[in-house]
Design a protein around this ligand. Structure first.
Ligand code: HAM
Length: 420
């Protein structure tokens, strides 16, 4: 009987060797600045009670209304695969009481997220984010730090063709004042029932509508940025001046609408210029009511989520994938049993010194092993046979130009460190 091959589900993104090395590099680079800034790991479940997202992320969002992977477990509970990370972090902080200790609570996370979107380049049903949240203090300097940490990750990857857009959604007073005028404006528009219902839950959603007629209808709509209370306006000015002093360039986009409903105050997005339709490589902002809505204290937080898949596409688009970063430094081919044990000892020593060392295992003929060395992309090669074991000297071959030099095995580490 011949079995049919199975395939990965539609719209999921997987990373396999050799490309997974680039994925890993992007993910680690994006989160490294957060670790340097004192954010600590939070490892959370990938599924949560459905209510966490419907309440936390908001019923007016596409994420909650159309894109959740929701299922019933064996006990009849409604669970949902996490579409984003912030609500889960809040739930865990409240549940563990971390908000009763030192504030702000500063955490980072990394992993898979799930949204049942229509798959296309850069848009997947399972995708990867790294994110941070700083919870418990409402200080514009934190807003600037969070943005700076995200920006540093993109810079460390070498990315250049991206821009940072920011805006402020103000405090409750600003939003209430704006809402009155926006609702009046929207009442005059000719909208289908679904759109009207949506706009009643969150009228800002209409700024994000992709349909040309709605876009046009919203051109003259009142902008929240013009309704900021004096405190909110001052807060936004401070955030911008901190960014200026950090020499982080940004564009104020008063029409920005984030896809999640919990935002208040500073919000931001990073847009990459070379990615086409799915150009958002990261985004975030402040959320002042979320913790309370989820049953916790009324503490404000701010954070970001960066799209690892899209950052990798951006790195590829800008031609920044330096293959040397992902290959081994040295490939050792032992010929014979005794030589294998010598190779293992050499490799152990070199790896301790941080030199990426591979060994050709198995009993392949030299020719096959040389091919494997070539394919591995390793930068140097040594073959260890009887003569090398006896003399303690190997021929170190540089793969880029084939040049060879004689090196004592005891000196290999020093020579390689100098050469790499
Ligand atoms: P978000 O803007 O929904 O924010 O997602 C953050 C990033 O995840 C996006 O900028 C994008 O790069 C990536 N992303 C989102 N959906 C997909 C998808 N279907 N395929 C590939 N990549 C995707 C949040 O999730 C918030 N939790 C961020 C945050 C943290 N705000 C405050 N704290």
């Amino acid at each position: 009987m011949k079995y049919e091959k199975l395939q990965a589900p539609k719209g999921v993104k997987e990373y396999l060797p050799p490309n997974s090395a680039a994925f890993e590099w992007v993910r680690e680079s994006l989160i490294a600045p957060a670790k340097l800034a004192g954010y600590k790991l939070m490892e959370l479940p990938v599924f949560e009670d459905t209510a966490l997202f419907s309440r936390g992320v908001g019923e007016s969002t596409d994420v909650v209304s159309k894109e959740m992977y929701t299922f019933e477990d064996r006990g009849g509970r409604s669970l949902t695969l996490r579409p984003e990370g912030t609500a889960g972090v809040m739930r865990a902080i409240i549940e563990s009481g971390l908000d009763r200790g030192q504030l702000p609570v500063k955490v980072w996370y990394s992993g898979q997220f799930f949204r049942a979107e229509r798959p296309q380049a850069g848009r997947y049903r399972q995708f990867y984010q790294v994110g941070i949240e700083a919870v418990g203090l409402d200080d514009p300097a934190i807003d600037a730090e969070v943005i700076a940490v995200a920006d540093q990750g993109f810079r460390d990857l070498g990315l250049k063709n991206y821009r940072l857009e920011i805006t402020s959604l103000g405090d409750a007073q600003s939003r209430a004042a704006h809402r009155v005028d926006l609702m009046k404006y929207i009442a005059k528009l000719d909208l289908d029932e679904q759109t009207r219902t949506r706009s009643e839950i969150n009228p800002l959603r209409l700024f994000d509508d992709k349909r040309a007629e709605i876009k046009q209808a919203m051109e003259q709509a009142p902008l929240l940025l013009d309704y900021l209370s004096p405190e909110s306006a001052e807060n936004f000015t401070q955030v911008k001046s901190y960014l200026d002093s950090l020499e982080i360039t940004y564009i104020v986009n008063p029409r920005m609408v984030r896809g999640l409903d919990y935002y208040t105050g500073t919000t931001f997005e990073f847009i990459h210029e070379d990615l086409g339709a799915q150009s958002g490589i990261g985004g975030g902002g402040r959320y002042s009511g979320l913790m309370e809505i989820l049953g916790g204290q009324a503490l404000s937080g701010i954070g970001f989520g960066l799209g690892v898949d899209r950052a990798l596409l951006a790195v590829e688009a800008e031609g920044l994938l330096n293959q040397d970063r992902f290959t081994s430094d040295l490939f050792i081919i032992p010929i014979g049993e005794q030589e294998k044990s010598v190779a293992l000892a050499i490799a152990t020593t070199l790896r301790k010194a941080g030199i990426r060392t591979e060994i050709a295992f198995g009993d392949r003929a030299l020719k096959g092993a040389m091919k494997a060395a070539d394919k591995s992309g390793s930068r140097y090669l040594v073959v260890i046979g009887d003569a090398e074991v006896k003399s303690g000297v190997v021929e170190l071959k540089r793969m880029s130009d084939g040049s060879v030099s004689s090196v004592k095995i005891s000196q290999l580490q020093q020579v390689l460190i100098g050469a790499l």
